[in-house]
Design a protein around this ligand. Structure first.
Ligand SMILES: *Cc1c(COP(=O)(O)O)cnc(C)c1O
Length: 467
């Protein structure tokens, strides 16, 4: 399959090149040239598959022979063998019309493992085939970092550098990233926010000379593989829930930060999966909610919340959606993004706003609503929601009609965010793997949120790897 950039200046590149390019060389994001359409009979056949078999079928539409079938199957098997649940992403019924899709059974207890276990294995596969050293550079609001490091550590030919906002991630997130004693892993704690980190890495990736010189590769959701791997569980969950709820709309409520996870749902829908509403759940950093309400996308002041992995102002995947909203007109996307750079906002017209409202519903959780949702569900159903999932559940309550069913994506395990759970006066017990982290030494460098400092640190890491 061919991929193109949302800004039109990169065309006709294949799947592997898309993975390696990450951010498109023209500063845009890579998308499939044509979204594959899955007919109803095929969907029926897919509904009977295991998670791994389903992943193979979905990936095959995009990989189109670039990886031999048996090797792709092996990559998938290996990636999901590290999960603690045989179904990989089980669906649990919490109450009559509400299900949670548990995406936290991977090594780092957050949904990022689903894509990053696969991407880690894929990078290692490519490195072996080409002999190329892979240097990964990423920014994290907490979960991506841990998950990416876990996905690549110990694999030959790969070095990884992760930027996280100093003091703005949960204790468990910090420990998961920084307790790994490995010379090929570098943790940079920047004095700033996630948005600062994301801006710095986007600038570095946009510098094509630098990117090529260091073989810089992306693990953030600017990389299309992240999106692709995440579409699989929308299919998986839809099939399970639709079977038992015939004739009802199946909606998805998605705790959203960088718009990656919800975009995967949008892609699944575009491929022909008959999902109902896609509900965008945000916290106080509610730029996306504002956009869906008024058609104006305008990042403002960063706010620290109970759900830190969603503390993001500039959602990098939003450009992928804009591309489809503007009917795949890359010139129009480029103009809007130029405008965004100079004026700090994106405004769509009335007709486009109508389409936005057809595509998404939205709810921004504010104040104590997140904690109240955790307490209420713990009391009523004995199910302990993590604070991100709680935002999703609160949005379900606002946006789901009584005759519809809804699947809320449970994006993390509550043990990762005990700071918020404790505020609800709930005592939880930690899984063994998380308990172990508290006694380990930490490895990290605290630096200014400055591009040149990051480059300096990268040079040290890569000099080591050249030996
Ligand atoms: C990353 C993350 C999100 C947000 O996902 P996006 O793809 O950035 O929208 C939500 N919840 C948790 C726990 C996360 O780690």
């Amino acid at each position: 399959m061919n991929f193109v950039s949302t800004r039109g200046k990169v065309n006709n590149i294949g799947f592997i090149e898309t993975v390696l390019m990450g951010l498109a060389n023209d500063g845009g994001l890579l998308v499939p040239e044509k979204i594959p359409q899955i007919p109803a009979e095929k969907l029926e056949a897919l509904s009977k598959l295991t998670y791994q078999e389903l992943a193979f079928e979905i990936f095959s539409y995009f990989v189109e022979g670039e990886i031999p079938e048996n090797e792709l199957k092996e990559l998938i098997e290996k990636s999901y063998s590290t999960f603690r649940h045989p179904e990989v992403t089980p669906v649990k019924k919490v109450k009559d019309n509400m299900f949670v899709l548990e995406l936290f059974h991977g090594p780092t207890f957050a949904f990022k493992d689903i894509a990053l276990q696969f991407l880690g294995n894929l990078y290692s596969y490519v490195s072996k085939k080409t002999g190329e050293t892979i240097h990964i550079l990423g920014a994290t609001s907490g979960d991506t970092g841990a998950s990416a490091i876990e996905g690549v550590r110990g694999k030959e030919g790969i070095r990884i550098c992760i930027l996280h906002p100093h003091g703005k991630v949960s204790k468990v997130q910090e420990l998961q990233m920084t307790t790994i004693d490995d010379q090929s892993v570098l943790n940079l704690a920047i004095k700033g926010t996630f948005d600062d980190g994301q801006r710095i890495i986007k600038e570095l990736f946009a510098d094509v000379d630098l990117k090529n010189k260091y073989h810089l590769r992306a693990i953030n959701s600017i990389n299309f593989v992240r999106i692709l791997a995440q579409t699989v569980y929308y299919f998986y969950a839809y099939f399970q829930v639709a079977k038992e709820n015939e004739g009802k709309n199946v909606n998805f409520s998605v705790p959203t930060g960088n718009f990656g996870d919800i975009f995967a749902g949008y892609l699944a829908k575009k491929m022909g999966l008959p999902v109902g509403k896609l509900i965008v759940a945000t916290n106080e950093n509610n730029i996306l909610e504002g956009f869906i309400r008024d058609g104006i996308y305008k990042p403002g002041e960063f706010q620290s919340t109970y759900s830190p992995s969603m503390d993001i102002q500039v959602a990098s995947n939003f450009e992928r959606y804009l591309y489809y909203l503007l009917k795949e007109d890359s010139k129009a996307v480029s103009e809007l993004m130029e405008n965004f750079k100079s004026e700090g906002k994106i405004v769509v017209n009335t007709e486009q706003l109508l389409q936005v409202k057809k595509d998404f519903a939205a709810h921004g959780v504010v104040g104590e609503e997140c904690l109240q949702t955790i307490s209420k569900y713990y009391e009523d159903t004995n199910y302990l929601l993590d604070p991100h999932t709680a935002c999703g559940v609160a949005a379900y309550e606002q946006c789901n009609d009584s005759h519809e069913v809804c699947v809320t994506l449970a994006t993390a395990h509550p043990a990762k965010f005990n700071e918020s759970i404790e505020r609800c006066e709930i005592k939880q017990s930690f899984p063994e793997q998380i308990n172990e982290l508290f006694n380990k030494p930490q490895f990290l460098e605290v630096i200014e949120a400055d591009k040149n400092e990051v480059v300096h640190q990268l040079e040290t890491l890569f000099r080591f790897s050249a030996n």
